[in-house]
Ligand binder design. Structure first.
Ligand code: COA
Length: 166
């Protein structure tokens, strides 16, 4: 993780991000156009970050990325992924932290996400971050026919008018 920096995703990152997307999600990768549409909503309702290897003046390779959608007090993790050879080193945790921090900054009440029922690694990461299961979408992922588990983490906000200094 020490050789990786997080920064906001830009349109220039899309070819690299899309290449990684097709490797990470071979069954249901988003097209580059779909990713571009997401970025078009940034910063209004979206926040996308990349994890980039710190390398020279031109920057290094993108080894992970994640995106958040925020609307009406609710935030949703749209996507999160780390290149396979860089997993287990805290990059996923750093990306998820960046999304949760942004949801807090935007005063969301809760963060939701969907995860494949058979994705044990990702589910462990989410549980460690305080996400709890709130529902299931049966056979959501096709053609694999796998359920989606819906998870939520509440974000505790101080009630309006409350002051610690009272
Ligand atoms: C889920 C994902 C983003 C996590 O990224 P990551 O950089 O491995 O995350 P971290 O290193 O912060 O933590 C992952 C957890 O798995 C453990 N782990 C160890 N080695 C690992 C490995 N080779 N691969 C995956 N996880 C590993 C880590 O130790 C950590 O658990 P712990 O802190 O409780 O011990 C990554 O596995 C991924 O991109 N998966 C494929 C895409 C995907 O499924 N995305 C989620 C869709 S909902």
């Amino acid at each position: 993780m020490s050789d990786v920096v997080l920064r906001q995703m830009t349109g220039a990152d899309l070819p690299s991000v899309h290449r990684l997307e097709t490797v990470l999600f071979p069954e249901d990768a988003w097209s580059e156009g779909m990713l571009r549409e997401e970025l078009a909503e940034q910063p209004r309702t979206r926040h996308y970050v990349v994890a980039e290897e710190a390398g020279g003046e031109t920057g290094g390779e993108i080894v992970g990325y994640a995106g958040l959608a925020v609307a009406g007090g609710q935030a949703d993790v749209q996507t999160i992924g780390v290149r396979a050879d860089r997993r287990g080193g805290g990059i996923g945790a750093a990306l998820l932290t960046a999304l949760i921090d942004e949801a807090v900054r935007r005063e969301s009440e809760a963060v939701f996400l969907e995860v494949r029922a058979d994705n044990d690694g990702a589910r462990r990461l989410y549980e460690r971050f305080g996400f709890g299961r709130v529902g299931v979408r049966r056979r959501y992922y096709q053609p694999a026919n796998v359920d989606a588990i819906v998870m939520r983490r509440m974000l505790h906000r101080r009630p309006v008018g409350f002051s610690r200094e009272m």
